[in-house]
Ligand binder design. Structure first.
Ligand SMILES: *Cc1c(COP(=O)(O)O)cnc(C)c1O
Length: 364
């Protein structure tokens, strides 16, 4: 068996302990004689799995009692529609455009009502987070929407916007469980699992109870109503059962590690190793304004496309996978999610240092 250092933005690296446990339980889950994949979602064994997953997640994030946790399907992208369909009362949403995911959510909301772009960082290729301290929030906005960590561009909101009393809705897909979050500041949080917490196929929604309504947009399908899933405790229909099981294992892994404060410290340490190197390098440069840098996704360039391509090629040969930047940004991107070991980042930086030395010597 040989594992690579996988810097993919998603689906992404998972903790080896979790993968090993899942492998051990593959043929016979705790004496049931079957794998979790083959199990009824109405069985006693599965009931324990999903209940423990929710309890552990509540514990990790200290989720207040007046919030529901939902395990849904359709990816984060389906939430781009579910949010306006379920939350529109006046039919107005205010969106802060910090990248492609926020923009997609904004465009989707326009299908159901009015979406206003109240701030944007499109003018500088989304390399920073706009000032959100005094936004022109619409009087009748049903919510203010942010993408908290911008997976493609590598920016992160370090302070939440002043929503002037409106509900905050946030896409946390690529920073979910990377650090503690005060859930009470949000009306709704959602996160696709495949970035930081599990396999593709699960999206986690944390929603304040009073926002789970009967009177949603008339055309909203049963499956796209939060109420359907909240009333049935995520078991209205067959949930992404195996994916939830793996997420549950990741939650336990995080708890064993000491919870989200401990995880944050590790993430800060990992990110600092990479950013410190980028800041002193003469060849590699980060692309994001320093104060808005993400701990999870780190885009960087050499400024020379051929050299970028060579770096991607040589790094791959050396066992560092998926460092090619998003097609819209170019260059490189290292996603250093929770499960990326510190050693993986150290080795990457050491490889970058060698690459710089080698290719600078040639240029001289
Ligand atoms: C990946 C990603 C999405 C899209 O997720 P899907 O599950 O593929 O729909 C949305 N938002 C953010 C921030 C992401 O990183």
């Amino acid at each position: 068996m040989s594992r690579v250092y996988n810097f993919s933005a998603g689906p992404a690296v998972l903790p080896e302990e979790v993968l090993k446990e899942a492998a051990d339980e593959m043929m016979d889950y705790k004496g049931t004689g079957m794998s979790v994949m083959e199990m009824s979602h109405r069985s006693k064994a599965y009931d324990t799995i999903i209940n423990e997953a929710e309890a552990d997640l509540r514990d990790l994030l200290s989720i207040p009692d007046n919030y529901k946790v939902l395990f849904l399907q359709g990816g984060a992208s389906q939430q781009f529609a579910m949010v306006p369909m379920n939350l529109f009362q006046n039919g107005v949403g205010d969106y802060i455009i910090t990248g492609q995911w926020a923009k997609k959510a904004y465009q989707e909301a326009k299908l159901y009502g009015t979406a206003n772009a109240v701030a944007s960082s499109a003018d500088k290729t989304f390399s920073y987070i706009p000032d959100v301290s005094d936004l022109p929030i619409s009087e009748d906005a049903d919510y203010v929407y942010i993408c908290e960590n911008n997976t493609i561009y590598g920016t992160k909101f370090k302070t939440l916007p002043d929503t002037k009393g409106k509900i905050l809705v946030a896409d946390l897909s690529s920073c979910f469980l990377s650090e503690p979050v005060d859930v009470s500041k949000y009306g709704l949080i959602f996160a696709g699992a495949q970035k930081n917490v599990g396999p593709a196929g699960v999206v986690i929604v944390i929603i304040r109870e009073d926002l789970i309504r009967e009177d949603v947009l008339k055309e909203t399908p049963t499956m796209l109503r939060y109420k359907t899933h909240a009333d049935a405790k995520s078991l209205y229909n067959t949930p992404p059962a195996y994916g939830i099981y793996i997420c549950g294992k990741v939650f336990k892994w995080l708890k064993n590690l000491g919870g989200l404060e401990a995880m944050k410290k590790i993430n800060e340490k990992k990110a600092a190793i990479l950013y410190d190197f980028l800041d002193q390098s003469k060849m590699f440069h980060g692309t994001v304004v320093e104060k808005d840098r993400s701990l999870m996704n780190v885009p960087f360039v050499t400024g020379n496309e051929e050299l970028d391509a060579l770096f991607v090629k040589e790094s791959k040969a050396a066992g560092f996978e998926n460092l090619k930047g998003h097609r819209s940004v170019g260059g490189m991107r290292a996603s250093i999610y929770n499960a990326m070991p510190l050693e993986g980042v150290e080795k990457l930086v050491s490889f970058m240092r060698d690459f710089e030395e080698k290719h600078t010597a040639q240029a001289d």
